[in-house]
Design a protein around this ligand. Structure first.
Ligand SMILES: [Zn+2]
Length: 116
């Protein structure tokens, strides 16, 4: 007695189509969020790369000052503004301003030997 009933089929398909439309709308919203976030990050990244190019020392003239270099000070500003300036996480936001050892190593030059 499983006679195909066109109307039942139609109702079933119609319900499935509704569900699908609902899922699609949800998915589209999620996709929008991701694309928005991505666009934001692309802009941030461009901005930060531009800044870094501005800050890059033109050449090494060997006239190293004891004071913090301007480029480092600017990196520190970016870091304080909540961005990573280290190679690992370059341009990413520091969530909750959590400290990053790689960033601070670049800013404060723990690689350089400092005699106290
Ligand atoms: Zn970092």
């Amino acid at each position: 007695m499983n006679q195909p009933d066109p109307f039942t089929d139609f109702q079933r398909l119609s319900a499935e189509a509704d569900n699908l439309a609902h899922d699609l709308a949800k998915f589209r919203q999620e996709l929008n969020n991701v694309l928005e976030q991505n666009a934001e990050l692309v802009i941030e990244n461009k901005h930060l790369r531009g800044r870094l190019n501005d800050l890059a020392p033109q050449s090494e003239h060997g006239s190293q000052k004891d004071e913090m270099l301007p480029s480092r000070r600017n990196l520190e500003k970016l870091y304080d503004a909540g961005y990573h300036i280290c190679n690992m996480m370059y341009g990413a936001r520091r969530e909750n301003n959590e400290p990053c050892a790689f960033c601070t190593a670049i800013i404060y030059g723990s690689g350089n030997r400092t005699n106290h």
